[in-house]
Design a protein around this ligand. Structure first.
Ligand code: IMP
Ligand code: MG
Length: 176
């Protein structure tokens, strides 16, 4: 049997959810200059739609994260790449596709505080809260998910599926 995609959230549901996040974030940051900091590559579609769902002015920048270490330290060795933006004294909202174990976000949020951000918050399209290994608060989330590997709307498996318009669970078939 070939690998299979199961729809978790349709494009329309994703659209409605991003609109709802846009309203929440616009209210929360009314009157405050906001930097949206997208985490590449997974957040590229989400950030593009979210930015246009906001009714407040924002600036946009991106970071890339890479992980290192062996399987025992999975996720704990996170290196932040291309973090050459200035966030001193600024309100920063990190825009991420999925928060899973939480290790990569802990590393990024710590760095932003060290760099002198006025405030740091996190918006994730999908929060896999039950899989958390370290505490990280997701201030704004689109969907909660207990398990499963998600692709589409920017998210990939081996660089495939990023351009799909909804959210899908990937059921992998090993010999595929
Ligand atoms: P963690 O929270 O440090 O474990 O890492 C989360 C990152 O792993 C996310 O930003 C994604 O890039 C990736 N990831 C975790 N779960 C999934 C998934 O279900 N689909 C696609 N990427 C995922
Ligand atoms: Mg990511």
């Amino acid at each position: 049997m070939p690998s299979r995609l199961e729809v978790i959230h349709s494009p329309d549901t994703v659209k409605d959810t991003v609109a709802r996040l846009g309203r929440e974030i616009s209210t929360a940051y009314a009157g405050k200059p906001l930097l949206l900091l997208g985490v590449l590559k997974g957040a590229w579609v989400f950030l593009a739609d979210l930015a246009r769902a906001l009714t407040i002015p924002v600036q946009v920048d991106f970071v890339r994260l890479s992980s290192y270490g062996d399987s025992d330290t999975r996720g704990q060795g996170t290196r932040v790449r291309d973090a050459d933006f200035d966030c001193r004294g600024r309100h920063v909202l990190v825009v991420e596709d999925i928060v899973d174990t939480g290790h990569s976000m802990v590393a990024l949020l710590e760095l932003l505080r060290e760099k002198g951000a006025e405030s740091v918050a996190l918006c994730a399209l999908v929060d896999k809260a039950e899989r958390r290994e370290v505490e990280v608060a997701v201030d704004f989330y689109g969907f909660r998910l207990a398990k499963g590997f998600v692709v589409g709307y920017g998210m990939d498996y081996g660089e495939d599926y990023r351009s799909l318009p909804g959210l899908y669970e990937l059921h992998l078939q090993k010999d595929d």
